[in-house]
Design a protein around this ligand. Structure first.
Ligand code: ATP
Length: 229
């Protein structure tokens, strides 16, 4: 997917000031930046969820900008928002089955339940009864089932215990091994450094730096200071 000169607004207030970047097929790309840098807004712009966007957002030659969210999803993009979007009154299984299949080749339910044993045990529990970690796993499992091959994940590790964060890291490595592409918003720099192939740093709605994995590990402290962690 490639973004060129993406600008985005909430009413009169501009959140994105001309973002250009490429997410390569099969990579995990981390979007880093302070609170308010525009990371969430960028994912929302891709999904057609920002009120006003200009510039270009292309996936395999298809222009996504200006399309409504369901059409963007149908291009094979799965979005996991920062609130995880789990329906409190639906069961785990119902939540899992909710998003429509957008393409062939997604994980089937048995495979997902094998991959997420906690969810298998809690298949009949209401979404509201899950821990934060289980909700995050369910949110990821749900988009893996949909057949989407490009996953947009907004702070999947936020507020989770280290052991759960590790599990999410292991899961995303497996997903990448299966050829998925991941665009990840992340405040946990250690997690991003251990996982992502490349990193893009946003400040005030602009790309101000980009690093490959090795460069980020080398400049870790400087980047940490810059994003305020
Ligand atoms: N619904 C909204 N209405 C108006 N302005 C908004 C809205 N959501 C975000 N903004 C503004 O857009 C800018 C970018 O915010 P965004 O949430 O994209 O940043 P972020 O890097 O994801 O930070 P965070 O980690 O805090 O979510 C900020 O100035 C923010 O105040």
């Amino acid at each position: 997917m490639s973004l060129e000169g993406v600008r985005g607004w909430y009413g009169p207030s501009q959140a994105l000031h001309g973002v250009s970047l490429t997410v390569r097929d099969g990579e995990v790309l981390a979007l880093l930046g302070r609170n308010g840098a525009g990371k969430t807004s960028l994912l929302r712009a891709v999904m057609g969820l920002l009120p006003r966007v200009d510039g270009s957002i292309r996936l395999r030659g298809v222009e996504l900008r200006g399309r409504p969210p369901h059409e963007v999803a149908r291009q094979g993009i799965g979005y996991c928002p920062d609130d995880r979007g789990i329906y409190a009154t639906l069961s785990v299984q119902e939540n899992l089955r909710l998003p429509p299949r957008v393409a062939e080749g997604g994980f089937d339910e048995a495979e997902l339940l094998a991959l997420f044993p906690n969810l298998a045990e809690r298949a009949a529990s209401a979404g509201s009864h899950l821990s934060g970690g289980e909700q995050q796993m369910l949110a990821i499992a749900r988009i893996l089932r949909s057949g989407a091959r490009l996953l947009l994940l907004d702070e999947p590790t936020e507020g989770l215990a280290p052991v759960i964060v590790e599990r999410i890291g292991a899961l995303l490595r497996r997903v990448r091994e299966r050829g998925y592409t991941v665009l990840l918003v992340e405040q946990n720099l250690g997690f991003a450094a251990a996982l992502a192939d490349r990193h893009v740093l946003l400040e005030s709605g602009r790309v101000v730096a980009a690093y490959d994995g090795e460069a980020l590990r080398r400049d870790f402290s400087a980047v940490a200071a810059r994003i305020g962690v």
